[in-house]
Design a protein around this ligand. Structure first.
Ligand SMILES: Nc1ncnc2c1ncn2[C@@H]1O[C@H](COP(=O)(O)OP(=O)(O)O)[C@@H](O)[C@H]1O
Ligand SMILES: [Mg+2]
Length: 246
C-alpha cells in the first residue's frame, strides 16, 4: 500500500514543537476554548514562542477571543500560521469556512484533520496549545494516533452533569496511557469540590480553579484587556506552578 505522504509532512512540521498541551474535556461549554486561548496569550506574553491550534472544526472560536476575525493566511509551500501577537502563531479552519458550517463525519473528518495538520508550517515552537472539540469522537481518536506525545489539560466545571462525562474521558485516557497534565476547575463561583474529588478519584493533579469572570465577555477580542482579567490571573498561577516547558 502507498504510504500516506501527508503523515510524513505532519511529523516533520510537528517535530518543530517542543511541548504540546492539548485542552480537552469530553463536555462542551466548559471553557476549553477560553482556557486554551488565554493560556496561549499568557505563554506568549512570557516570551515563549507559542502556537495556538483550534481543532474544533464544527465550532471554531479561538479567533473571536483573540479578536482577529479578518485573518488571512500567507501561503508558502503550505500554510503559515497567522501571527496573532508577538510570539503567538495561530491556526484555525476559520479563514476557510468563515461563517459557513462544516458538516463532516467519519473519514471526511479524519482527512480534514490530517490535511490541516500536515499543511501547517509551524515555526520552532516552545509550546503548542491545542483547543480540542468536545467529546470522544473522530478528532480525539485521530489526534492521539497522529500527534506525538501531547499532554492533556482537562477542563471541568463543578457540576454533576459535567463530572460524569469528564470521568468517562479520564477513564479512557488512563486506560490508553495518555499523559495527563491535570485538571482545571473552570467557571468557579465558590465551590470546586466535585472537580477536586474527580482529580483525587483518578490520582491526577488538580491544577487549580479559574473563577467565573463576568467581565470576560466584555473584553473578548482585546488581548491586552484579557490578560488583566481574574480569569487570566488564575491561569497565570497555574502556568507558574504546573506548566514546565522543556
Ligand atoms: N471562567 C470563565 N468566566 C466567565 N465566562 C467563561 C469562563 N470560561 C468560559 N466562559 C464562557 O463560557 C462559554 C463557553 O466557553 P468555551 O470556552 O466556548 O467552552 P468550550 O470550548 O468548552 O465549549 C463562553 O461564552 C465563554 O466566554
Ligand atoms: Mg470550544
Amino acid at each position: 500500500m502507498m504510504p500516506d505522504i501527508r503523515l510524513y509532512r505532519l511529523k516533520k512540521t510537528m517535530d518543530k514543537v517542543k511541548n504540546i498541551i492539548s485542552v480537552a474535556s469530553g463536555k462542551g461549554g466548559v471553557g476549553k476554548t477560553t482556557i486554551s486561548t488565554v493560556l496561549s496569550l499568557i505563554l506568549s506574553e512570557r516570551g515563549y514562542i507559542t502556537g495556538l491550534l483550534d481543532l474544533d472544526f464544527h465550532g471554531p472560536s479561538c479567533h473571536t477571543i483573540l479578536g482577529i476575525d479578518k485573518m488571512e493566511y500567507e501561503e508558502e509551500k503550505g500554510i503559515n500560521p497567522y501571527k496573532a501577537a508577538e510570539n503567538l502563531y495561530f491556526a484555525s479552519i476559520y479563514p476557510f469556512v468563515k461563517n459557513g458550517y462544516v458538516p463532516l463525519r467519519g473519514m471526511e473528518l479524519s482527512n480534514a484533520l490530517i490535511e490541516f495538520l500536515s499543511i501547517l508550517n509551524w515555526k520552532e515552537l516552545d509550546c503548542l496549545i491545542i483547543d480540542m472539540p468536545p467529546g470522544m469522537g473522530d478528532v480525539l481518536l485521530d489526534f492521539i494516533r497522529l500527534v506525538p506525545s501531547p499532554k492533556f489539560l482537562i477542563v471541568a466545571t463543578n457540576s454533576a452533569l459535567v463530572i460524569q462525562t469528564v470521568r468517562r474521558l479520564i477513564k479512557f485516557m488512563i486506560e490508553g496511557n495518555f499523559n495527563i497534565l491535570g485538571i482545571v476547575a473552570n467557571m468557579i463561583r465558590n465551590d470546586d469540590a466535585l472537580v477536586r474529588e474527580l482529580a483525587k478519584e483518578f490520582s491526577i493533579k488538580f491544577l487549580g480553579s479559574v473563577p467565573f469572570d463576568q467581565y470576560f465577555e466584555k473584553v473578548l477580542g482585546n488581548m491586552q484587556e484579557i490578560l488583566r482579567t481574574n480569569l487570566a490571573a488564575a491561569l497565570s498561577d497555574i502556568v507558574e506552578q504546573y506548566i514546565k516547558l522543556k
